[in-house]
Design a binder for this molecule. Structure first.
Ligand SMILES: Nc1ncnc2c1ncn2[C@@H]1O[C@H](COP(=O)(O)OP(=O)(O)O)[C@@H](O)[C@H]1O
Ligand SMILES: [Mg+2]
Length: 556
């Protein structure tokens, strides 16, 4: 055994120190000089712990630096290359890490770190034990396993009891794992709510999920459209009701899943549509503000000609100019209504509009009674106008039902509303008037919060970010998007490189539900969902089945 190999082996035996703090600053990060380890073995996003005489510091690596280029270029690698490299390694060929200070444990107190560890503090890769002292334990009551922190196998607890108190956001470009994470959070919220009812320590939490691509109501798919896993409603058919905008989905859900999910066709009763439901689409339909205002004053007259103003507008071109003039419409109004009618032509002959059925009322009733609701769009998910219309319409009616109430006075449940493509409802142009924007602003105190899912967060009004208390940030390459999703962090500049380095299924997570920010590889959905289901059956199935049977009997 050569002296060098013996020396390396003796270092690695019982000695897990990988380097020492050699400098840096709070605002730019801590510099760690590596020893006993090749920098290739450390990745951006790794957790690191520095130990000084006073205590321990939790840090996240945000840069890996090979900082001896001058020495390296002077080596003549054609002569005894390996020998030369070994001789120089650790002495002249140095490598450093730049780390974000996250938390510190000093004198038995753990807090966020507002300083940097002392010179020559010993650094180790994060282990399960140390991670647990900083992030705490999973109890499957309030806190649930979110995922692992590299390089350890430690599973970080997400405090769902805290998360549901305020709006949260899942961001990242397409394919990063937002929908999978959304389903996972929904499953945890369900379990948390059941636990909180059992323990009597919180009001129940009910979920309303706008499921654009039928991933919550039916199944999750891989990017190549293969089936990944059943969606949350299929995992807990006893707890969810799926309203299908696409009637073919009702059959598909019932055929595919035999556990008894209640699937129901979603119908909008035309006379419940208000002018504001159309106005909410004005950006998409390129309607001017004046045009929108006129509509309100024209409503009665339109009601007269079409039996219902919405029908009248959709079918406006069925009326001749003369007929309309006789009914008191002037030429200018006729022209702009014809233009609006053309823009609304997507809605013509859609089966979701009905003369008599009002499933929205039933949906609101379900929510009020603690039933979790998924609104799945099926093949209509790509019809932007219809998706926006339905999300706005349900939200508007929900808001109307809750505006006068508060927790304790008439509000029995908290409601979490999941919405994909949230910027469509929360961009600066519509945030102040869209029902979801109003809900975000007014109804938190009445127990309604949003689970915002979005690929382009920079299009969301900046005021909305002030209402988001927990951020799940997946890979995003557009700088504007990285800027807004990290803006609520201290040391924003240090965290940004972490976002660019995220892989699929990895998220930078921070906010009230997690003790400290962390880069997390989200738990594998397949296996965790099985575990969640087991946990659910073990604890709640007995009670639930009674309820379930009762409800079935009632509905027959
Ligand atoms: N937690 C996870 N468990 C298992 N697979 C995952 C997980 N997160 C992401 N994936 C994989 O990544 C793919 C994309 O995830 P998805 O949630 O559909 O992305 P997004 O909604 O951001 O476009 C999934 O189809 C799956 O293959
Ligand atoms: Mg998705």
């Amino acid at each position: 055994m050569s002296l060098y190999v013996w020396w390396r082996a003796s270092l690695s035996r019982g000695n897990d120190i990988i380097g020492f703090v050699v400098g840096g600053s709070y605002s730019r990060g801590i510099l760690v000089q590596l020893q006993n380890i090749v920098h290739e073995e450390v990745e951006v996003g790794y957790g690191l712990v520095a130990e000084s005489e006073r205590g321990k510091y939790l840090m996240i690596v945000n840069d890996v630096i090979a900082d001896s280029p001058d020495t390296a270029v002077s080596v003549n690698m054609s002569r005894k290359p390996l020998f030369t490299k070994r001789l120089l390694s650790d002495i002249l060929l140095t490598s450093k890490l730049n780390c974000v200070p996250v938390a510190c444990a000093l004198n038995g107190r753990i807090d966020e770190s507002l300083t940097v560890p002392d010179y020559l503090s010993k650094c180790r890769l994060l282990t399960e034990d140390t991670a647990e002292t900083f992030y705490g334990k999973i109890d499957w009551q309030k806190s649930y396993p979110l995922g692992t922190v590299k390089p350890s196998e430690y599973n970080i607890p997400l405090d769902v009891s805290v998360m549901v108190q305020n709006s949260f956001g899942i961001f990242g470009k397409s394919g990063t794992g937002k929908s999978v994470l959304g389903n996972l959070l929904a499953a945890y919220i369900l379990l948390y709510s059941k636990n909180s009812i059992l323990n009597g320590d919180d009001i129940p939490t009910t979920q309303l999920i706008f499921d654009m691509h039928s991933e919550y109501g039916l199944k999750l798919k891989t990017p190549t459209q293969a089936v990944l896993a059943p969606g949350v409603a299929q995992c807990f058919p006893e707890e969810f009701k799926v309203y299908c905008v696409d009637h073919e989905l009702v059959e598909e859900i019932e055929k595919e899943f035999k556990r008894g999910t209640l699937a129901r066709e979603f119908k909008i009763r035309k006379d419940k549509i208000e002018v504001e439901d159309i106005i909410a689409l004005s950006e998409l339909l390129k309607m001017s503000g004046v045009g929108a205002l006129n509509l309100q004053s024209l409503k009665d007259r339109l009601d007269e000609i079409g039996g219902n103003w919405f029908d009248a507008i959709i079918n406006f071109n069925n009326y001749t100019n003369q007929e309309l003039k006789d009914r008191g419409f002037d030429v200018q109004t006729i022209t702009s209504l014809r233009a609006l009618s053309r823009r609304l032509s997507t809605f013509k002959n859609l089966p979701q509009f009905s003369e008599t059925e009002d499933t929205c009322q039933e949906l609101l009733h379900d929510l009020e009674n603690g039933k979790n609701v998924v609104v799945s769009f099926g093949k209509y998910g790509d019809l932007e106008a219809l998706y926006m219309f339905i999300v706005n319409y349900i939200s508007r009616r929900l808001r109307e039902a809750y505006v006068g109430k508060s927790v304790g006075e008439g509000v029995k449940n908290r409601i979490v509303i999941f919405v994909e493509e949230a910027h469509k409802f929360l961009n600066p142009g519509v945030r102040e008037s869209s029902p979801l924007g109003l809900i975000a602003r007014e109804l938190r105190k009445r127990g309604i919060v949003l689970g915002i899912i979005d690929q382009t967060p920079s299009q969301i009004d900046e005021n909305v970010f002030g209402m988001i208390w927990n951020f799940f940030v997946g890979a995003t390459s557009i700088e504007r998007d990285v800027d807004v999703v990290t803006s609520s962090l201290k040391l924003t500049q240090l965290f940004k490189p972490l976002v660019s380095a995220l892989r699929r299924q990895e998220f930078l997570v921070y906010g009230s539900a997690l003790k400290y920010p962390a880069v997390i590889k989200v738990v594998d959905y397949h296996s965790i969902v099985e575990k969640i289901r087991e946990e659910y059956e073990r604890k709640f199935k007995v009670n639930v089945s009674d309820e379930y049977v009762k409800r079935f009997l009632e509905e027959d």
